[in-house]
Design a protein around this ligand. Structure first.
Ligand code: ATP
Ligand code: MN
Ligand code: MN
Length: 306
């Protein structure tokens, strides 16, 4: 119920303290989605996206002219950056260049204002840069791979994570594939997490060489799924849950339930249909994401001497 009586203009919601310049600028021309439309989307999903984008170093895909214009992948602070964006210093970086993080909705709105059409967090937080709290296994289907095969690949990743005592959650990438994401209690360091994810990907490729590859050699990917474990290295990023993608169709990376996968595709959820999906959800399939965190306990197998 709005105050002010029937004669008064409905007041604009005082939601945003970050002013948007050029709110009518078109970011996704195919869908007619503007900068203001992007701000509205993030305001709506804020409670759900917050745990995935706050308090961690971020890389941004910035597209000031929308998805058809120039784009740059930005990992550091820039001149004139909003005061709502936190400048953070990588304790291991030699250069003085600041990296960026956000702490609240104003920060997210400042990212919108700076035309960040994709948000790519690290798998660790600014509270503990060197001990990841998230694993992301990125399944990249090569040409000709059926969606059912991508689902099967994700389920196999989930099973192998489970064998290691970790719980895998799945989200669409908003592009072509799926991401299986496992919460970690920050304890193992980056080299240990990378070694674990590499071993997982290599075991899948060794056990099913017709279905999976673990190296990025393009020629080997036709008809196979790349189990891309390289998101799990210090300084690498993966697109955040609920982040928009700077691609035609305005898809978002959407957390889903394992039982939903056969009813959707990797770009099924979009900026347009997401608010209705979230309203209709009786239970968030990622509700237990953070409580499911466990420490990684992995000793890389010693290379056999020949
Ligand atoms: P898809 O399902 O289409 O594969 P995706 O998000 O998984 O979608 P990938 O190409 O598999 O896309 O992953 C690329 C990853 O590399 C992104 O998640 C991002 O964090 C990172 N990345 C993207 N662009 C750059 C860039 N220009 N420089 C460095 N890293 C990037
Ligand atoms: Mn991918
Ligand atoms: Mn990839």
């Amino acid at each position: 119920v709005r105050e002010g009586g029937p004669q008064a203009d409905p007041p604009k919601e005082p939601r945003r303290r970050v002013a948007l310049t050029h709110p009518d600028r078109i970011y996704w021309p195919g869908e007619g989605i503007t900068k203001e439309g992007l701000a509205d989307y993030y305001a709506q999903v804020w409670p759900r996206i917050a745990p995935f984008v706050t308090g961690r170093p971020l890389a941004l895909l910035r597209c000031p002219g929308g998805i058809k214009g120039q784009r740059f992948f930005q990992k550091h602070a820039w001149k004139g950056i909003s005061k709502h964006i936190a400048l953070v210093k990588d304790p291991k970086a030699k250069a003085e260049e600041a990296m960026i993080a956000i702490n609240d909705l104003d920060g997210l709105m400042a990212l919108v204002q700076s035309a960040a059409l994709e948000i790519h967090p690290w798998g660790s937080t600014v509270a503990d840069w060197d001990h990841p709290d998230t694993i992301t296994m990125d399944l990249d289907p090569g040409e000709g791979v059926a969606w059912e095969a991508v689902i099967a690949g994700a389920q196999e990743v989930r099973q192998r994570l489970s064998d290691a005592g970790l719980e895998g959650f799945v989200k669409t990438s908003g592009g072509k594939g799926l991401h299986v994401v496992a919460p970690l209690t920050p304890k193992a360091d980056w080299p240990a997490v990378k070694a674990f994810t590499k071993a997982l990907a290599e075991a899948m490729a060794a056990d099913s060489p017709d279905a999976y590859v673990s190296t990025i050699t393009k020629s080997k990917r036709k008809g196979r799924i790349l189990i891309d474990y390289l998101r799990n290295q210090r300084g690498m990023t993966a697109v955040a849950a609920y982040s928009t993608r700077a691609r035609p169709g305005a898809a978002v990376s959407m957390p889903v339930g394992w039982d939903e996968l056969d009813q959707i595709g990797p770009d099924y959820f979009t900026l347009t249909n997401t608010p209705a999906r979230l309203d209709a959800l009786t239970r968030d399939p990622w509700e237990d994401f953070r409580p499911a965190a466990r420490p990684l306990d992995f000793k890389p197998p010693r290379a056999r001497k020949r």
